[in-house]
Design a protein around this ligand. Structure first.
Ligand code: ATP
Length: 206
């Protein structure tokens, strides 16, 4: 089974895209979801986060205080790096374990990673990469609808991610997600058929 890496900037539509792939029967391993599980109540990362940043970064149920952590991490590159050092190995281990559980009869699975091009460990796992693309203005308009996310924070998050031009250069396949959800769906249906074609026959067993 091949692994296709899917990435894109914040609010580009990675989750919307993975939902479409899932509806086509493709298995998804989403590192954002894994990160949420690791930092939810009972999550493996919480004790390490408490030790590194202090108990004030944890909520009443021991979960990471997402809003506080985001505000701190995006104002403080050293804190951001420390958080990544804690989360990255845990996310990688869980992603590998989840990928190993996918039936080998499947032609391919999607590994969704926001920082796919920035993290060589993830990049090295995948056969090819998809970039979900839209303008920064569209990204910002989408994400400021989320509670607690200001334009300023959205811009800082975008600045901390690989520039759009780099993602476009490095992608094997680009899905344009500046228009409707039905356009997103039809591009993904076309790509899915292309992947099945590429992986049919002898290639699929390779
Ligand atoms: P993040 O990086 O924050 O996890 P994401 O890349 O997964 O974001 P989504 O959550 O899929 O992005 O999309 C952000 C928001 O934009 C969501 O509310 C989603 O429903 C909406 N959205 C995504 N694509 C489209 C589209 N083509 N048309 C309209 N709304 C869209």
């Amino acid at each position: 089974m091949k692994i296709v890496g899917l990435t894109g900037g914040i609010g580009s539509g990675k989750s919307a895209a993975t939902e479409v792939f899932e509806s086509l029967g493709v298995d998804i391993v989403d590192t954002d979801k894994i990160a949420h599980q690791l930092t939810a109540p009972g999550g493996k990362a919480n004790p390490l986060i408490g030790a590194a940043f202090g108990p004030e970064m944890l909520g009443n149920a021991g979960e990471m205080d997402r809003q506080k952590m985001r505000a701190m991490a995006f104002d403080n590159p050293a804190a951001r790096q420390r958080l990544e050092e804690i989360l990255h190995p845990l996310i990688l281990a869980q992603a590998q374990s989840d990928l190993a559980k996918i039936a080998i009869s499947k032609a391919y699975a999607i590994l969704a990673v926001p920082l796919l091009y920035e993290r060589l460990t993830f990049r090295s796992l995948v056969w090819r990469t998809i970039s979900i693309d839209c303008t920064e203005e569209t990204q910002i308009q989408r994400v400021i609808k989320r509670p607690g996310l200001s334009i300023d924070t959205a811009k800082k998050i975008i600045a901390a991610q690989a520039p759009r031009s780099i993602r476009l250069q490095l992608a094997d396949d680009v899905i344009h997600n500046g228009a409707s959800l039905s356009s997103l769906r039809s591009q993904i249906e076309t790509l899915h058929m292309r992947y099945l074609g590429l992986l049919s026959g002898a290639d699929r067993c390779a």
